[in-house]
Write a protein that binds this ligand. Structure first.
Ligand SMILES: *Cc1c(COP(=O)(O)O)cnc(C)c1O
Ligand code: SF4
Length: 309
């Protein structure tokens, strides 16, 4: 009702799991009275989530079977991904982890030791990705403890955080955090998950610029979402807005086929045509890589844009 959207009531429902969650700071970036607001559409539960669509499954990336150690995924040769928390500050309706069993896969104290032992036994690993959930959803104390532990492993050159919090609660990039990250002996990469230029208001821009000034490499990954960012104009605005804050586009993912998100999906032909337009419209460094994640591939798979051309 903050947004004056009484007309939407019939479309909305109250899910039994993965409930509505959106902090006020994110709501403030939406436009009042617009039921098609691109930020609102990312977070508002929609009746269509309940429709079962063939091909859209609970665990599209088979992640439940790819964790050799609790709390860790090792799919890609040189890097491992740690789920440091299951919690997110926001619930995105297209999320591929919305059915993931976090309680069964949280790193406990002994899991931390198992993770360290696993990394030490795999010298090909040089980068650790802190993920989740959202890794910035834990306290600085817990996060710094992870950084201390990881920095003590000589084989690691890079620590990466995948986070949506700079878009949701910008103040989370506080001075203590940025200072600690700037002092790391490792390269720090922060991949933010921004889908639309409207997610970056003045406050978020300021915090991103501070992170940049602290020596953090900033990249963005987005998901191509029907009705939200599936136009050339919106993608151009996103890339340009990111760049103005010191962030380079990294990946544009086509949707993972997760149950409940089919209404966000575009067909691949459409994505490819959009991509050709972006190539024509933007400098190369503002065009993200168009990829699809597949369960058994050791990298994000580039979409074949020459298919049928
Ligand atoms: C996406 C992902 C990575 C990182 O991939 P990059 O191509 O290096 O960005 C690593 N591990 C897992 C399990 C991932 O899903
Ligand atoms: S922030 Fe990321 S992990 Fe959390 S709900 Fe959104 S898409 Fe999923």
């Amino acid at each position: 009702s903050i947004l004056k959207l009484e007309s939407l009531r019939a479309e909305v429902y109250v899910p039994k799991h993965f409930e509505l969650r959106v902090p006020r700071g994110f709501v403030a970036k939406m436009s009042i009275g617009d039921s098609n607001d691109p930020l609102l559409r990312q977070v508002l539960p929609d009746q269509r989530e309940q429709i079962k669509v063939t091909g859209y499954v609970a665990d599209p990336l088979s992640e439940n079977t790819q964790n050799p150690v609790k709390g860790m995924l090792h799919k890609y040769q040189s890097r491992v991904l740690l789920t440091v928390t299951g919690a997110c500050a926001i619930h995105c309706r297209y999320c591929f982890r919305q059915h993931f069993d976090y309680s069964a896969n949280m790193p406990t104290a002994d899991a931390k030791e198992n993770i360290i032992n696993y990394i030490s036994a795999h010298p090909e690993i040089n980068e650790v990705i802190l993920s989740g959930g959202d890794p910035l959803n834990v306290t600085n104390r817990r996060l710094f403890a992870w950084l201390d532990t990881l920095e003590s492993l000589p084989q690691l050159t890079t620590i990466r955080l995948h986070t949506r919090l700079p878009l949701v609660i910008a103040a989370r990039l506080d001075n203590a955090l940025l200072t600690r990250l700037s002092q790391s002996r490792c390269h720090i990469v922060m991949v933010i998950h921004c889908n639309h230029a409207n997610e970056i208001d003045a406050l978020t821009a300021e915090h991103l610029q501070r992170a940049r000034a602290a020596g953090i490499t900033l990249l963005n990954q987005a998901v191509l979402l029907k009705g939200i960012n599936d136009s050339v104009a919106v993608q151009m605005q996103l890339s340009q807005r990111l760049f103005s804050c010191g962030v380079l586009p990294y990946y544009l993912h086509v949707l993972d086929k997760v149950a409940g998100a089919a209404h966000f999906d575009n067909d691949e032909r459409f994505a490819i045509e959009l991509y050709w337009s972006l190539l024509a419209a933007l400098p190369g460094y503002l065009v993200p890589k168009l990829v699809r994640e597949l369960p058994n591939k050791p990298f994000k798979v580039p979409i074949d844009i020459y298919n049928d051309r």
